[in-house]
Design a protein around this ligand. Structure first.
Ligand SMILES: *Cc1c(COP(=O)(O)O)cnc(C)c1O
Length: 424
């Protein structure tokens, strides 16, 4: 598989290099040089998730990653069921993984792929978290041989349950409660990546959210959704994607580019609506990010957007074929209540996708909205808005009584450096 840097197309890398580097020169994103159409989509749709995903990704990877089947078996250990909400609307539930969010698909595949391409070289993943991304990274890399993980978070500034979810694993996952703010944690991480000697010594890697391996993994569940649709519902399929950094929708568009018969895509954002405004006006005018109920989409400068534009360019598609809409918090609450009346409990992110979808769905179309997190992950909002008391899912309940194993120190570069070098 060859990829190029969108910012500097003369920089070309293979899959292994793209996975290991994350970003190209000048912070440019890597993009596949060739998107080959898949053969015999009908047969593909009859396969199970892992078998089908292996064929889809082999079409991209060529002869790289020989153990692709093993990688997928270890990464995709949970299902992505399609739930019927009404006759023409379905919910794709992507939250049955260990951290109850769709990022488990991309994160777990990236962890396995990174190990497979590292050639036995030791790797240390270093990241700072204000809560959720830490859990996804920790669980994705937990038990992956040859890879150590260090996660920094601001002591006392994440919820108890969030802390339990990723600070109780042990093994190759080390967590540090820093006596400071999230910005202090991020500054320490940045400093580490500027230290060439340290980087080499411990094989520092960021497991960045823009890593191409994540997108490849996410392509697979669009096929999985389609495969679960009744045959008489497959003629005009619309996917609605709740979007923050636009990685998820990029993967959906890539699925279409290699042959999945999708009629159109709906991009749904919260009040951080840079892209819907851009699609309407042609002007890219990010504003300050505002906090919302759907906080995983509180992004005003979506970092995967250049990949969307690049894909439209190489496929000769027109951006005006994208449907988009923004839903504020009041609209989000209303959508959650309407969905409950239809018999489906959803959390803020998925509900936003449903809201924009149901506003635009034509009578001859079938809509699928992506449910990116389990309702219980946003228990506070869901309980309040829907007047419920959701039970804690086992993934969280099981950890609630476990001991937090975090180390603790001041935001000092000296201390972190020693810790990374295991000289503390
Ligand atoms: C990350 C996230 C999103 C946004 O996905 P992008 O790929 O960044 O657009 C939506 N919902 C939830 C629950 C998320 O965690």
């Amino acid at each position: 598989m060859q990829l190029y840097n969108i910012k500097d197309p003369s920089e070309k890398v293979n899959f292994a290099q793209a996975v290991r580097r994350g970003l190209g020169r000048g912070q440019g994103l890597f993009f596949p040089s060739e998107i080959r159409p898949l053969e015999d989509i009908d047969a593909l749709l009859r396969d199970d998730l892992v078998t089908r995903s292996s064929k889809i990704l082999r079409n991209f990877l060529g002869d790289e990653l020989p153990d692709l089947d093993g990688v997928l078996k270890r990464a995709f250990t949970f299902p992505a069921p399609l739930a019927k909400v009404t006759d023409d609307v379905y919910a794709l539930e992507l939250f049955h993984g260990p951290t109850l969010a769709f990022k488990d698909f991309g994160g777990r595949f990236m962890a396995q792929a990174l190990q497979a391409v590292s050639g036995g070289e030791h790797i240390t993943i270093l990241t700072a978290t204000s809560g959720d991304t830490g859990a996804a990274v920790a669980h994705a890399f937990y038990g992956v041989e040859g890879i150590d993980v260090v996660i920094l978070y601001p002591k006392g500034k994440i919820s108890n349950l969030q802390e339990k979810l990723f600070c109780t694993l042990g093994g190759n996952i080390r967590t540090v409660a820093v006596n400071g703010t999230f910005d202090d944690c991020q500054a320490l991480v940045k400093r580490a990546f500027d230290d060439e000697e340290l980087k080499k010594a411990v094989g520092l890697n960021s497991a960045n959210s823009i890593n191409i391996s994540r997108l490849l993994a996410q392509i697979c569940y669009y096929f999985e959704a389609y495969a679960q649709l009744p045959e008489d519902r497959r003629s005009k399929v619309v996917f609605s994607v709740p979007s923050g950094n636009f990685g998820d929708v990029t993967a959906g568009l890539l699925a279409k580019a290699c042959g999945l018969p999708v009629s159109r895509f709906v991009i749904a954002t919260n009040a951080n609506d840079t892209v819907p405004r851009y699609l309407a006006s042609g002007r890219w005018e990010p504003r300050d990010t505002i906090p919302t109920l759907s906080n995983a989409m509180d992004v005003s400068r979506p970092n995967n957007w250049p990949r969307v534009e690049e894909l439209f360019r190489v496929m000769n598609w027109n951006l005006s074929d994208l449907t988009s809409g923004a839903v504020d918090d009041a609209g989000t609450e209303e959508a959650m209540r309407k969905l409950k009346k239809l018999g489906y409990i959803s959390e803020p992110h998925g509900s936003i996708a449903w809201s924009v979808l149901s506003d635009t769905l034509a009578p001859d179309e079938t809509g699928i909205f992506l449910c990116t997190a389990a309702p219980a992950k946003f228990k506070e909002s869901v309980d309040r808005i829907l007047d419920m008391d959701l039970p804690l899912p086992p993934a969280l309940a099981d950890r609630a009584d476990m001991k937090v194993l975090s180390d603790n120190f001041d935001p000092s570069w000296e201390l972190l450096r020693k810790y990374l070098l295991r000289q503390d």
